[in-house]
Design a protein around this ligand. Sequence first.
Ligand code: URA
Length: 198
Amino acid sequence: MTDEFDNQDELFDELEKKVKACTLCDLHKTRNRAVPGSGSREAWIMFVGEAPGKNEDSQGLPFVGAAGNFLTELLQSINLDRLDIYITNIVKCRPPNNRDPIPEEMDLCLPWLREQFMLIKPKVICTLGRFAANRLIDPELQISRDHGKFYKKKGQVFCALYHPAAALYNGNLKQVLRDDFLELGRFLEKCRGEMKNT
Ligand code: URA
C-alpha cells in the first residue's frame, strides 16, 4: 500500500466521521444515523441517489431497502458488484417521512459529496432520480426526457437514470431502467476497452 493510498484512506475516514457528526441542517435533529455512502473508495463509477429512507437511516447504509434491492439487481445485470462501485446520496440524512429534500438541505450537504468526488475521483457518475440529476448535471434536465443520456463535464461522464424507487411505484419504469442499465453496461465496456489500450 502506498503512502498516498494511506493518506487518502485517512482523509476518507475523517470525511465519514464529519458526515456522521454533521449538524449543518435541521435533518440532524430527526435522523437516527447519517449515511455517508458505501462501496469502494477507489471506484471508477459512482451512483448518487436522493436521500436515505427509513431502512438506510436505521442501518447507516445507502440503498438497503426495496429500492436498494432493485438497484442491486440492475447492477448485477451489467456485472457490477456493489463492492466495486461507490453509492451515496445528494443528502446524507433522512428527510422526515421521506419528504423531498429542500434546496437548503441540498446546498448545505453538497460539499460532502464534492469531497467524496475529490477523494474517489470517479470517471463515471450515475445520478439516480431527478434531484441528483438536476444538482449534478443540469438544473433544466427532465428525467422523463433525458434518462439514459450521457453528459461530459470537466473530464467526467455523467449518466442520468431514473430513481429505482420510481419503478417500484410505476411498473412501466422497471423495463426503462433495465434498458438504460444495459446501455450503461455497454458504455462501461467501451470505456474499459479504451483504458486497456492507453
Ligand atoms: N433512496 C435514495 O435515494 N437513497 C437511498 O439511500 C435509499 C433510497
